[in-house]
Write a protein that binds this ligand. Structure first.
Ligand SMILES: Nc1ncnc2c1ncn2[C@@H]1O[C@H](COP(=O)(O)OP(=O)(O)OP(=O)(O)O)[C@@H](O)[C@H]1O
Ligand SMILES: [Mg+2]
Length: 379
């Protein structure tokens, strides 16, 4: 499978060896001799694969790889990292930075070619299946922790599923996921399993094994359940997982943690719509304003909804005060559901299913309709 391959290495001899090896297999080779140039060429030359040396002037290979993973345009670009050190620690750093493969010097040309071919094939399969279905991604993120983001994501998913939509709920967080408790699920495998894999190994089969079925016909992928499973994901993992899920469903609802890690950012950048959840309280409103500004900095066409969840009943700030602090209109103000929340968790059923005529459920139904019909209101 001839491809365009970017080779980034400041060692002229090694660069020649790699280039000649690749050209033997009819690959087109473009060359960068330092980190910044590699990054620039990866973005402008549209290569199919990048081979990055760890030690390079300017930016090292880890930095280049991390920057590629953060950019939605290159987040799933296959990367092979080269290092002369051969240390386990180096390899782990490379994989954490989002590299798909890691080769230690001296480079064996046959091994290099095999890895390149394997990666190109896997990437092609990934892209093809993503083209089969292009599910829309709705992300839900709390301005702060504990504001009701997961409850909202679960109910949104359940309502869409009952409306006949093909929907997957992805609880994408590095630490304890609460979706399993809310839905009374006992996942044997959680998202944490994916951390053990390189992003290209996150295949449709792997992802499918993590699905938990629900009574309302949505498929659910639960976050980590045990302390031993906690830990960060790379942007490469996030990109690969989302590519798989959007190929498997028309809608992917992502429950995100209120964090600023690279994986969360990668999901936000790949979203079609984002709900920022806040409480009617000064510090939370301030946090929501900052989160919204951050999202807008990715792209000002990203549809962002601000949804206030009023868990307490009495609002510490009025809707007008909140909107004036945000400089934005709230898409929805979700009312308290304290009376049914306990029962819902006890039955493992979202409120929209358990009590579809509850005022909370009505607001979720309205919000779901709005998200599928209109653009987010801007003040
Ligand atoms: N509308 C509501 N009325 C009353 N209680 C609510 C409402 N929405 C959520 N809650 C309760 O608030 C608590 C936090 O909710 P939830 O877990 O959904 O928040 P979160 O933002 O996802 O939190 P975390 O940051 O821990 O992930 C839960 O006990 C939930 O039952
Ligand atoms: Mg949550």
């Amino acid at each position: 499978m001839p491809a365009k391959i970017l080779v980034a290495d400041d060692d002229a001899m090694l660069q020649r060896l790699i280039s000649n090896t690749l050209k033997l297999e009819q690959h087109e080779v473009i060359v960068a001799t330092n980190g910044p140039q590699a990054l620039e060429m990866a973005r402008t030359e549209n290569p199919d694969l990048v081979i990055l040396d760890v030690m390079m002037p300017g930016l090292n290979g880890f930095d280049v790889c991390e920057a590629l993973r953060k950019d939605p345009a290159t987040t799933t670009l296959p990367v092979i990292m080269l290092s002369g050190l051969g240390q386990v620690q180096e390899k782990i750093m490379g994989l954490k930075a989002g590299a798909d493969e890691y080769l230690t010097k001296p480079i064996d040309p046959r091994e290099l070619l095999t890895r390149v071919e394997m990666l190109l094939v896997r990437h092609k399969i990934l892209r093809q299946s993503a083209a089969v279905k292009a599910g829309r991604v709705y992300s839900v993120i709390g301005a702060k922790g504990g504001v009701g983001a997961t409850t909202l994501a679960v109910n949104l998913t359940a309502h869409m599923a009952t409306m006949g939509k093909d929907v997957i709920l992805l609880e994408f967080r590095p630490d304890y996921g609460t979706v399993a408790v809310q839905l009374n699920l006992r996942p044997e495998l959680s998202l944490a399993t994916l951390r053990e894999l390189e992003p290209v190994a996150i295949t449709e089969q792997v992802v499918t094994r993590l699905f938990q079925p629900t009574s309302f016909k949505a498929r659910v992928l639960c976050g980590p359940q045990k302390a031993a499973e906690f830990g960060p994901f790379t942007a490469g993992h996030a990109g690969a997982l989302l590519a798989r899920l959007t190929a498997l469903a028309d809608f992917v609802i992502v429950d995100l943690p209120p964090a600023a890690d690279v994986a969360t950012e990668a999901i936000l950048k790949s979203s079609d719509q984002i709900i920022v959840v806040l409480e009617p309280e000064i510090s939370c409103v301030a946090a929501a304003a900052q989160r919204t500004a951050q999202i807008m900095s990715y792209s000002n066409t990203l549809e962002t909804h601000l949804v206030c969840v009023n868990r307490q009943g009495a609002m510490m700030l009025s809707v007008r005060e909140i909107e004036s602090r945000l400089g934005r209109v709230l898409t929805s103000v979700i009312p308290p559901a304290t009376d049914v929340m306990g029962v819902a968790v006890q039955y493992g059923a979202p409120i929209v299913i358990l009590q579809p005529t509850h005022v909370f459920a009505e607001h979720i139904q309205e919000l779901t309709g709005l998200m599928q019909r209109t653009k987010a209101p801007v003040a």
